[in-house]
Design a protein around this ligand. Structure first.
Ligand SMILES: Cc1cc2nc3c(=O)[nH]c(=O)nc-3n(C[C@H](O)[C@H](O)[C@H](O)COP(=O)(O)O)c2cc1C
Length: 362
């Protein structure tokens, strides 16, 4: 299915080289000021073709809002956003029409559906993530009514990882940096590593840190749909993400309880090992998440593969690809976390009878 969310539902459609991609956001309350400029700015961050660290595919990614907004305010009806594709080079894909790119979703899509949309990878392409960014931007318009903000940046490229504490990550730098770097001392090294991979016709992985500030206590569910499971679901659902950590993540298994517990004093936590989530619910602390992206599957080195008739072939790619998908992927991480938090915020409005009664002035 192509829909996710419970109270706030997000559906996307479209293929990489089709006419357009788009999304429908259903469940957004009426009366939220619609910030068109912010929506476009968010899309511009994910856009390719801006520098040598991303794909040369240049798309304007101009968002057109088709419904759900009247005189600059949301109407409470589905918000449909469309982005027309402009810069398709479908010929680049002729030579992989019948073969599978190692590491790419071509293989599994073909075997599941029996159809091969080879042009730009069709629906397997992360082109679709542009509309997730649009959906996330709309959610940010709701979240900012509650002073909640979400931001992401890159703290690792390949084997080079920042040694900074999470609290030292530089989000002002990430806003300016061409690769959304969070560590000034490593920004150049990260760039060099990306270019080294690119020049070697290869690609490289990356790690992204996302934080959500001012999230009130109680968002999420106590079982099954815990906030941590919802966030992990949303982030793992991004193309090329292979691991997600909440708070101290995999480190917790090496620690003692005395190191891991977040002690309380004067109405606040003295640390944030939990990453802002306890018992499936936000605990009022900053939510901290790490998403680990694999290297871009499409590389320009010769690789062994198979075609749709199960014959051995050599895969040699043309086309335009990101040397490090984690960089643009970081913008998608922000969007997915916004979508989850907006959904949880709306769901939480009915968790207590006194809140429900307030709606009806009782
Ligand atoms: C923002 C972004 C851009 C991407 N660009 C490319 C690309 O140019 N070429 C490519 O082969 N994969 C790209 N990917 C990754 C593939 O879509 C993905 O790895 C592939 O379909 C296999 O799916 P999986 O890695 O989730 O298993 C990109 C991913 C993201 C998040």
């Amino acid at each position: 299915m192509n829909t996710f969310g419970t109270r706030l539902k997000f559906t996307s459609f479209g293929e990489s080289h089709g006419k357009a991609i788009g999304c429908v956001i259903d469940g957004m309350p009426a009366g939220i000021k619609f910030d068109y400029e912010f929506l476009q700015n968010e899309l511009n961050k994910r856009r390719g073709g801006l520098n040598k660290f991303s794909t040369p595919r240049k798309e304007n990614d101009r968002a057109e809002v088709l419904s759900g907004v009247f005189e600059d305010y949301t109407t409470g009806t589905p918000i449909a956003i469309i982005i027309f594709n402009e810069n398709q080079h479908s010929k680049d894909y002729e030579n992989i029409k019948n073969l599978f790119r190692p590491g790419h979703a071509d293989f599994t899509y073909f075997h599941k559906f029996g159809i091969r949309d080879y042009k730009g990878g069709g629906r397997t392409s992360a082109r679709e993530t542009a509309v997730r960014v649009a959906g996330g931007a709309v959610c940010a318009m709701l979240l900012r009514e509650f002073n909640i903000s979400v931001e992401s940046g890159v703290f690792g490229v390949g084997s080079i990882k920042s040694k900074l504490k999470e609290s030292e990550f530089d989000f002002n730098l990430a806003k300016e940096s061409e690769i959304f770097a969070l560590d000034k001392d490593l920004e150049e090294e990260f760039k060099t590593e990306i270019l080294r991979a690119k020049n070697a016709k290869d690609s490289v992985g990356a790690s992204v840190f996302t934080r959500a500030l001012n999230v009130p206590i109680g968002l999420g569910e106590t079982l099954y749909d815990k906030l941590d499971s919802k966030l992990a679901h949303a982030l793992m659902g991004i193309n090329a993400v292979k691991a997600v950590e909440i708070g101290d993540g995999i480190e917790v298994s090496s620690n003692f309880g005395s190191q891991n517990n977040d002690e309380l004093r004067n109405n606040h936590f003295l640390s944030n090992h939990a990453g802002g989530i306890l018992g499936g619910l936000s605990n009022g602390n900053t939510i901290t998440l790490k998403s680990h992206f694999k290297p871009t599957p499409s590389i320009f080195l010769k690789q062994q593969s198979m075609d749709i008739n199960r014959e051995n072939v050599i895969c040699e790619l043309k086309g335009r690809h990101d040397p490090c998908v984690g960089v643009r992927g970081s913008v998608v991480c922000t969007a997915m976390v916004r979508l989850v938090l907006a959904d949880c915020l709306l769901l939480n409005s009915s968790s207590r009878i006194e809140n429900l009664k307030k709606i009806y002035n009782l």
